[in-house]
Design a protein around this ligand. Structure first.
Ligand SMILES: [Zn+2]
Length: 254
């Protein structure tokens, strides 16, 4: 929240909300300029509330907040963009919840990450479009893109061109991969590696890491390659979060 200011206006996406008291809601908001903000929306569960319907998950909303001692207070809310389609399609909705979980776990309160905010909202939109057109492959890729660029923005960019161990340029062959050492490893350093990484998998990750989403070609990846890429990304995320991700295992079973 801004210093010296009692009331501030911001765009936000509701990450989490829990019922509180008779009719209130406690919200975890993600904002572009203030990062994660915890706020209370008083009376928001009453159907007559002016806030009702404007503080749904996956809704981009414009808020007026008053700074409070522990929680900020939502005084006005106006929904700007609803990503409603997501709710009806379980796989896409779970993908969106997975992104929410990553943002919620990786970011501390009041730690602004405007670029992560943009990445996050773009990914929700991609999942929304994917759900509308039932484009599973493209949406799957959008999740890997999100993971890779989230790591990048948080300062955990995996090394994919030079060995994370000895910095020699990686050759077009099977290499190793270690989340702990920060990326791909040459065959010599690979004795420390937790896993192998095939050349096609390495190439896909490089492409995702260095290409703007709009410029990415349509990729057709077979199931084996998808599994490999998921395993590599999960290894990296788990290492940096140091615990398992709940919505991930759910996503695997939808
Ligand atoms: Zn090496």
């Amino acid at each position: 929240m801004p210093l010296h200011s009692r009331v501030y206006s911001t765009e936000a996406i509701v990450l989490r909300r829990t019922d509180f008291g008779e009719a209130d809601r406690i919200l975890t908001l993600f904002t572009p300029s203030y990062g994660k903000v915890r706020a209370i929306a008083k009376g928001a569960r009453r159907t007559t509330s002016r806030l009702a319907g404007h503080l749904e998950p996956f809704t981009r909303t414009q808020l007026l907040l008053a700074t409070g001692r522990e929680l900020d207070i939502v005084t006005q809310a106006e929904a700007r963009e609803r990503l409603d389609m997501l709710r009806d399609k379980l796989w896409y909705a779970t993908g969106a919840w997975y992104c929410v979980e990553l943002v919620d776990r990786f970011l501390e309160d009041a730690d602004p990450h405007p670029r992560v905010y943009r990445l996050f909202t773009n990914t929700l939109r991609l999942l929304e479009d994917g759900a509308a057109q039932d484009e599973h492959a493209r949406s799957w890729l959008a999740l890997r893109y999100f993971e890779l660029h989230l790591l990048d923005e948080l300062g955990y960019r995996p090394a994919l061109h030079n060995c994370a161990g000895c910095d020699t340029p990686l050759r077009p062959e099977e290499n190793g991969y270690s989340a702990e050492l920060g990326g791909a490893l040459c065959p010599t350093c690979s004795r420390y590696a937790q896993r192998r990484i095939s050349l096609p998998a390495l190439k896909v990750l490089r492409l995702l890491q260095t290409t703007e989403w709009e410029a990415l070609p349509r990729l057709r990846l077979d199931e084996g390659l998808q599994d490999e890429l998921e395993a590599v990304m999960q290894g990296s995320l788990r290492f940096h979060l140091d615990r398992d991700l709940k919505s991930w295992s759910f996503l695997k079973h939808v």
